[in-house]
Each structure stands twice: as C-alpha cells, then as structure tokens.
Design a protein around this ligand. Structure first.
Ligand code: ZN
Length: 74
C-alpha cells in the first residue's frame, strides 16, 4: 500500500527511518549500489521527500502500528 512519509527518526544503528502516515516505520537507508537514496543524508533532502509515497508492506500484511517515537540507545 502506498503511504506518504510523515516524518523521520534514526534507529539505534543510526539509520534513517521514515515514519509513514499509516503508523508504520520504514528504513530509508542510503546504501549504494543496492539502495540509492542520497536525499536521506541531508536535512533539505529529507524535507523535500515529506509526503513522498513509499510502498508499505506492513500495511499489506495488516501489521500493527510501529512505535514512531524517537529510538534511543539505552
Ligand atoms: Zn503501513
């Protein structure tokens, strides 16, 4: 299901995670050549992608909402 990006946070390994409007999280790693998302590396790039649609597999699976709070190292 296509869901817009509503915000971002970093996970415990410092990877960027998009918070989708549906309540799920999705990693948006910049990991060339497999995943090429240079926009995620800059605040301006992330800002420009707000509202961009990502395919949310969790919605397709009927998964419960993710915790969208900031993830911190304990
Ligand atoms: Zn979803």
């Amino acid at each position: 299901m296509q869901q817009p990006i509503a915000g971002y946070h970093r996970d415990e390994e410092n990877h960027w995670v998009a918070k989708l409007a549906c309540g799920h999280n999705q990693h948006v790693r910049h990991d060339p050549p497999w995943q090429n998302r240079p926009w995620v590396e800059t605040a301006q790039g992330r800002e420009s992608m707000l509202g961009h649609l990502l395919n949310c597999k969790k919605c397709d699976e009927g998964a419960p909402p993710d915790n969208q709070d900031e993830v911190r190292k304990s």
